[in-house]
Design a protein around this ligand. Structure first.
Ligand SMILES: Cc1cc2nc3c(=O)[nH]c(=O)nc-3n(C[C@H](O)[C@H](O)[C@H](O)COP(=O)(O)O)c2cc1C
Length: 382
């Protein structure tokens, strides 16, 4: 697909969208503007999950936004099922990320690490043939990229269907919580300004949250209080490692991608909001698209239910352009807005939106594979 929009009033040098470009304090961090770079998996880490210098260059190119959220970063080997994705569970990964955070800070930016565990969506090929773990023995819907055969020289990866995971026992749950906690500690050591707990897009936390994928009959399944328990315990564990004002949480309670679904997303959003409120975290990052594209636009949005339970900052995401983002912020429906696909081909998105310059189209052939091409080589606007 392509992203090609022309912002209204191509008045170069103008300062459009005053709400979007106003400063804001989120948690304990001051942002110079309310443009957030959404987390984007780009698969340019080494095979050892260590970030590369190419990644440092890519993030530094985009450092003039209010806040960068890093691509999803695995907290544990068992939660890592994406070829070329980075991790944050050992010293080499911490050192690799330090190069990235230094580059972003030198360019004047701020960056949070998105902490990720894929749960049932990890293929056995990434686990030496072992089954992945999940709340219940229900497979994800669809296919994902398997790791390449030896001798891989680049290009598209083979696709394989998701498998039925092994139902998690208490030791598995404890390990996931401990992994999030350790990764938060590592994020601080790596120089990140904060962490975003990935509770969205059908990964392990979301698998526990949503009723379609959580069929447990113990204290982690059934009622909404039980289904949100893993999230609560992860937030609690992460808060022992890092200032609460530097913790964000990403959610997508209305998403049905990869076989997700919930019987009452509004109720779920409210329960999540209460957890965010109880721990006084910096923000909730809600994927609730205003138009279908990456994800379907929900029939029944849950933003109001979330807001009713949580008075902290909300970052909205999903098919926004600068005009809509500005309107949402001016109208009090968001404190900031994140942009995903537009950031692929527009390293200078902030300037383009502020000045009404046209946006470049991304080549999605290079979204998840490749080197510098289709990654760091998108030109700045004239
Ligand atoms: C190439 C690509 C990679 C993505 N990787 C992540 C990711 O690592 N973590 C995440 O939470 N969302 C990820 N997303 C979702 C985006 O953060 C965002 O929610 C989505 O693109 C919708 O926002 P947009 O309409 O501004 O693009 C990804 C999306 C794309 C297109």
């Amino acid at each position: 697909m392509t992203v090609c929009q022309t912002m209204e009033g191509a008045d170069h040098g103008a300062n459009l969208h005053p709400a979007l470009f106003s400063p804001v304090r989120i948690g304990t961090l001051d942002l110079p503007n309310r443009v957030v770079m959404a987390p984007l998996t780009r698969a340019r880490a080494g095979t050892d999950q260590v970030p590369t210098t190419m990644m440092a260059h890519y993030y530094a190119q985009r450092a003039d936004c209010g806040l960068i959220i890093s691509e999803a970063t695995a907290v544990d080997r068992l939660g890592m099922g994406w070829y070329g994705a980075p991790g944050l569970w050992d010293e080499a990964m911490v050192a690799g990320w330090r190069v990235v955070t230094d580059a972003v800070h030198s360019a004047g930016g701020r960056i949070f690490a998105q902490l990720w565990h894929m749960g049932r969506l990890v293929l056995p090929e990434y686990l030496d043939g072992e089954l992945p773990i999940g709340p219940s023995p229900i497979a994800g819907e669809g296919e994902t990229m398997a790791p390449p055969e030896p001798g891989y020289g680049g290009g598209f990866l083979p696709m394989k269907p998701y498998v039925v995971p092994r139902e998690m026992n208490q030791a598995d749950i404890d390990r996931v919580i401990a992994s999030y906690s350790a990764a938060a500690r590592n994020a601080v050591a790596a120089g990140f300004d904060g962490v975003e707990i990935h509770g969205a897009n059908g990964y392990i936390i979301d698998q526990f949250l949503q009723s379609k994928t959580n069929r447990r009959s113990d204290g982690y399944g059934g009622s909404v209080a039980h289904r949100t328990r893993l999230l609560r315990e992860i937030v609690e564990a992460v808060a022992t490692q890092i200032d609460r004002g530097r913790i964000g949480l990403r959610i997508s309670p209305t998403s049905e991608r990869k076989g997700m679904g919930d019987e009452d997303p509004g109720l779920l959003a409210e329960a999540i909001g209460r957890i965010a409120s109880d721990f006084d975290i910096a923000y909730v990052h809600l994927i609730e698209p205003i138009a279908s594209g990456f994800m379907e636009r929900p029939e029944y949005p849950v933003m109001a239910r979330l807001r009713g339970a949580y008075a902290g900052a909300v970052i909205q995401n999903g098919s926004f352009d600068a005009t809509m983002a500005d309107a949402f912020i001016a109208g009090g429906q968001a404190d900031a807005v994140s942009f995903g696909r537009p950031y692929i081909a527009n390293p200078d998105l902030v300037r383009r939106m502020r000045q009404g310059l046209p946006l470049a189209s991304a080549n999605f052939d290079f979204a998840y594979v490749g080197g510098e091409r289709g990654y760091t080589d998108y030109p700045l606007a004239d």
